[in-house]
Structure formats: C-alpha cells, structure tokens
Write a protein that binds this ligand. Structure first.
Ligand SMILES: CC(C)(COP(=O)(O)OP(=O)(O)OC[C@H]1O[C@@H](n2cnc3c(N)ncnc32)[C@H](O)[C@@H]1OP(=O)(O)O)[C@@H](O)C(=O)NCCC(=O)NCCS
Length: 248
C-alpha cells in the first residue's frame, strides 16, 4: 500500500502533462491544429483524465458567462457554436493573416477546433477561448483567447482574438483585450501577458498596443501556409504585471 500513492501521483502527473501537450496544440494565432500523428490520435480517442481534486479547476457547465465589458459578453463556447465558427472562418479577409485566406472546413471545426476549445474548460476555470457577443444584439462577434502560452513559464498567458469583419473598427478587440488583461492581473495571478502576430498584421499590432502591450521582438518560424508578407516574420508583444500596475 505504501508505494501506491507516489505511483498514482506519478501516473496522474503524466496524464496531466499529456493533456496539456495536446490542449496547447490549437494555435489560435495561425488557426492551425499542429497535432503530430501520435498526439492527434490521443486527442481524439482519450477520455479526459480526471485531475486530483485539489487541483481541479473545473466549473459547472452552466457557468457559461466569463466576463462582461460595456459592450461585450465573453462566454464559454458550447457545442452549438459550430455554425458561428464556420461562418467566422469562412471570410477570406478574417483568415488572411491566419492561413492566407482559406476557410476552415466545417469538419475541422466540428472534429478539431471546437473540441479543442471545449477541452480547455475541463482543465482551466479561467483560461481558454471565449466566444464574444455584442451585448446590445446578442450577436456572435468572434472570439478571444487568454490561455497559458505554449511552453511558457507558469504565469505567462497568451492573448489572441478573431472577430467577424462586421465587428471590425469599433474598438471591440481593444475592449475585450483590456478586460481580459485586467482580469488576468487582478484575479488570476498572471505575471506576463504575451501576444504574437505577423509583422504585416497592422490591425492586430494596433490592438496589442492599445491594450498596453509593448513590442518585444521580431522572430521567424516555419508555418504550414504561405502568407503574403510572412517573409517579414512575426512580432511578439508583452505586458508585465509590474508595468500594468504602474499604468493603472
Ligand atoms: C485584428 C482584429 C481583431 C482587430 O479588431 P478590431 O475590433 O477592428 O480592433 P479595434 O477596433 O479595437 O482597433 C484597435 C486599433 O487598431 C486600429 N485598426 C484596426 N484595424 C486596422 C487596420 N486594418 N489597419 C490599421 N489600423 C487598424 C484601429 O483604428 C484602432 O486604433 P484607433 O482606436 O487609434 O483608431 C480584427 O481585424 C480581426 O479579427 N482580424 C482577423 C483575425 C486576425 O488577424 N486576428 C489576429 C491574428 S494574430
């Protein structure tokens, strides 16, 4: 009996690591599921492994609403959001800096994208992908993500967003981003917020700047799709808790 507890703890830790690995495989920024063959199979076939009670952060499914701003409601995605996501990703202008303008097939939304979004809620109460609705109309506008950055230290959270074209230019991306950042630094013990985009994605860079993030670096990495302007690389912006506290 005495050897069992450490053994169980080890198994639980390995299971958590495996889940974390594939949860992070949806790259919201470039909209790509970067599953390897091995973890794609695991993601599709493995049931969620329950976490140790003390570490469980799961909320009840009814707690859908996450955050409100003056004009926006950020809520959990549900299985009923397939059409919303298909429509969002069907606009070549929305997808221009994600994959060059290609719509995401419905099948991929149903089988990969939405399950990846929903899986976040099993692991984290307050991080993941949040559907954005316009409060005045109840219309689906798109999404924000606010989630542990891939391979980053604890306390580092990655901000991202994708909105329908009809919603652009109204300050919505800035409003949602600022609210998530404030929640992160006040409620969630976030230490650093980071965001990436293509150098040539001027709109996204402006949102980062208006939300208070500062330019960190330009970097180059391989992506599956060739996109006009990608030879200029990607840009990283970030905001530290200490800098945010100084500004507020
Ligand atoms: C990036 C995106 C979320 C911006 O959303 P938005 O709600 O229009 O952004 P905001 O209205 O908050 O605009 C923030 C600032 O950027 C500026 N801006 C927005 N779009 C711009 C554009 N195409 N060119 C130049 N500036 C732009 C705005 O004027 C605003 O600055 P201002 O208040 O000083 O005028 C939206 O364009 C989008 O969803 N694009 C497609 C998906 C995408 O590329 N996501 C980012 C991937 S990393």
């Amino acid at each position: 009996m005495t050897g069992r507890a450490p053994e169980m703890a080890h198994i639980a830790r390995m299971a958590r690591d495996a889940i974390e690995e594939w949860l992070n495989d949806y790259d919201g920024y470039r909209g790509t599921i970067v599953f390897t063959d091995e973890n794609a199979e695991r993601a599709r076939s493995s049931p969620m492994v329950p976490l140790a009670p003390a570490e469980t952060t799961r909320q009840e499914p009814s707690m859908e609403s996450f955050l409100e701003t003056d004009r926006l409601l950020l809520r959990r995605f549900t299985p009923h959001d397939v059409d919303n996501l298909v429509e969002l990703d069907s606009d070549p202008e929305v997808m221009r800096f994600i994959n060059g303008g290609r719509p995401t097939p419905r099948e991929e939304i149903e089988d990969d994208v939405l399950p990846a979004f929903l899986a976040y809620y099993e692991r984290f109460a307050s991080y993941g992908f949040w559907a954005a609705e316009e409060k005045a109309t109840g219309e689906f506008l798109g999404w924000f993500h606010f989630r542990p950055a891939k391979g980053a230290p604890p306390g580092e959270i990655e901000l991202g967003y994708r909105l329908r074209k009809a919603a652009w230019g109204k300050g919505y991306a800035t409003e949602g981003s600022r609210a998530l950042i404030e929640k992160g630094f006040t409620d969630l013990r976030v230490e650093r917020v980071v965001a990436n985009t293509m150098v040539v994605n001027v709109a996204s860079r402006h949102v980062m700047e208006k939300a208070g993030l500062k330019f960190v670096r330009i970097f180059y990495q391989e992506w599956p799709d060739k996109i006009e302007g990608d030879e200029e690389g990607d840009v990283e912006y970030a905001l530290l808790r200490s800098d945010w506290e100084r500004r507020t």
